[in-house]
Design a binder for this molecule. Sequence first.
Ligand code: SF4
Length: 449
Amino acid sequence: MTNPHAGETPLILRYAESFRCIGSACEDTCCHGWRVPVDRDTYLRYQDLPDSPLNTLIRESVERVPEGENSGKKPLFAIIRLDSERRCPLLTSDRLCRIHLEYGEALLPHTCATYPRVIQSIGGIAETALTLSCPEAARLVLLDSALLDPERLASRAESGADPEPSSAPISGDLATKPALDAWMRPIRDEVLKIVANRDYPLWQRLFLLGIFCRRLDAVLGAAAAGEASRDLSAFLADFHAAVASGALRSSMQTLPAESRTQLDAVLHLAGLMLRKSRVEPRFLECIQAFTAGIGNGPNATLESLCAHYEAAYQRYFAPFFDRHPHVLENYLVNTILRLRFPFGRDNNAPEPERSVSRQFALVAAQFALIRGLLIGVAGYHGERFAAEHVVHTVQAASKHFEHHVEFLTLLDSWLSEKGLNTARALTILVNEPVTERVGSPAAKLSTPP
Ligand code: SF4
């Protein structure tokens, strides 16, 4: 079985390399507001530091996490105890890290040394995404109109990694992790090509991604069952050709735009972590702008909220993102890399992800949540809606949702409980909330303020 992707340049994303922390100038420092984990090695090195005012402060600020509290997906060894203002006590008055100033990166806890970078391995090649809870990372990712510029993508020669997809028979073996590993890169690169394909509006690219995942599940499912299944390389080539030829366009013409279902989902998703994750002031500002932007108030009904939501979309959200199509594209690309889509983050999982469609549902729901919040925020700022509002909203929402170990699990179970993880429901979540753009009756509705 030859690899039709042989000779193609793998899409290796390198944008994270240009990230630089802005230190004191940061509007929402990562050294405030959340628990700072300290890995075992760093903790033990702190114990050996010679006595000095700083080293004493370090030892007094870092505490071991008792065994009993060490459960959950990400067991903690130790943490930095925050001060009464929930700041890291090792931060100077001008918000610089004393450990970094005194010892450089060498003695930083792993989390502090790597944040906001998220390193993933796809098909044997390491790539770095950025978590957008860091304002500077959010600016770098969202506002770069050339993030997917081919020039910026490393060539195969440079990477030198990229093992050839296995030539093992397609069924059976593909169910094993090593065989699938070899196909991860061609599969992931096809995903990026779909997301970058501006022949389709962004929501249709997500719709195509949903089809891609369902069909990939069928191929992998058959292989796992030891049944003769489609040749993966043929599947990738055929799907690429179908997207390029527009053969799937007809199936999108009649897709439902249901702002009511969409807004109802966005309202629930926005509240999904309220009991689990602290509501920081910056996220509260977003929620207040969102609710004001969709006309929330004592006499509001879901109908009136929907009418404001649709109008905010048509009058302020859509024109802005039509002028800046790269912003939400880049958000998706970074999410795909950050979540190691479509295979899932758990590199060490013994078995490969059993349902890439489940991974798609998680990405689609996060996209719908962020876009829904942005529609309300656009409605609130009106003509003044600008990139700074997008960065603020995405950053604050990422900080509120993405760092909670239960977020993806809660999102997954909420989608299945509500029956919103079906192809149709996910399409409604990502589709435009209106079938008509500016100029339609709804657009004439006056939106506050
Ligand atoms: S949030 Fe980002 S820019 Fe701000 S201090 Fe942390 S790493 Fe630096």
